[in-house]
Design a protein around this ligand. Structure first.
Ligand SMILES: [Zn+2]
Length: 267
């Protein structure tokens, strides 16, 4: 089996997880900027985090022959402070030329607040000005449907953004069609408890097809499984999906989306 982990927060994992992922067939891991497990208090905290994502973490992954890529932003959860968000967004262009940076993400909404929406617009503008791919985080539970609609409207309103260069992550049964209908990509995040279980993800593929969708494990600070993607592939085999179909979903699809950035190259 070969697969790409398109959304994994490796800074929150131990090195043994890299060994397990490579052993399971992982060909590349992509790490969107995320929460550190605590709110950072200044722009300097983000500066060091971006260095970690673009300098240190690729080196840690390379020890196991695994290419590591990253996405940069200030996440919705920490963007309530507009001044801090402006300061962080101002330093991001310094990092965009780094060889493992694929785009702006994971931006989006957390509680659908007015300030979060403003910061989302600032990020979309940043991506448009620098011709970057966009990776979007959608809110949890009762905020998801409304938040997804707000996010899609915000992105569609910026005519510089081409929909096929945007992925909306953490879709669920009630949001996946909404996303795919816009021409954007949809990501399904496989979590043991919340978001989406492997069984639900496979059901969604059965209903909505396997075009413009990918699966990821997120593997962040919360209860999560860095091997959720290959385990879901095994479950697909059990349910009668062909090797070809599985390879498209877990390898070729992420390769197609991420390949829109010329820096995304596999050995
Ligand atoms: Zn994430």
């Amino acid at each position: 089996m070969r697969y790409i982990e398109p959304h994994g927060h490796m800074v929150s994992r131990v090195t043994d997880d890299y060994v397990s992922m490579v052993t399971a067939g992982c060909q590349a891991v992509c790490e969107p900027a995320f929460w550190a497990g605590f709110d950072r208090s200044s722009v300097d905290g983000f500066f060091d985090y971006f260095r970690q994502l673009t300098e240190h973490e690729p080196k840690r992954a390379a020890k196991f022959g695994l290419p590591h890529f990253s996405w940069l932003c200030i996440i919705p959860k920490e963007s309530e402070d507009i001044k801090l968000a402006e300061d962080v967004i101002a330093i991001i262009p310094k990092f965009l030329d780094r060889p493992n940076v694929l785009g702006i993400g994971e931006i989006g909404l957390n509680k659908n607040s007015r300030n979060e929406l403003k910061v989302l617009e600032m990020h979309v503008d940043l991506a448009a000005r620098h011709e970057q791919l966009i990776l979007v985080h959608t809110p949890h539970l009762e905020d998801k449907l409304k938040g997804t609609r707000l996010i899609l409207d915000t992105i569609k309103a910026d005519k510089r953004i081409r929909p096929e260069r945007v992925i909306i992550d953490h879709v669920e049964e009630h949001t996946i069609k909404l996303v795919l209908d816009t021409g954007m990509w949809a990501g399904m995040t496989l979590y043991p408890e919340s978001k989406c279980t492997p069984a639900r993800a496979i059901d969604m593929v059965d209903v909505y097809g396997n075009e413009r969708v990918w699966m990821n494990c997120a593997c962040d600070w919360g209860v999560s499984d860095p091997l959720a993607v290959p385990k879901t592939a095994l479950e697909m085999r059990r349910r009668g999906h062909s090797v070809k179909t599985i390879d498209k979903l877990i390898y070729q699809n992420p390769l197609r989306f991420l390949g829109q950035c010329s820096k995304f190259k596999l050995p």
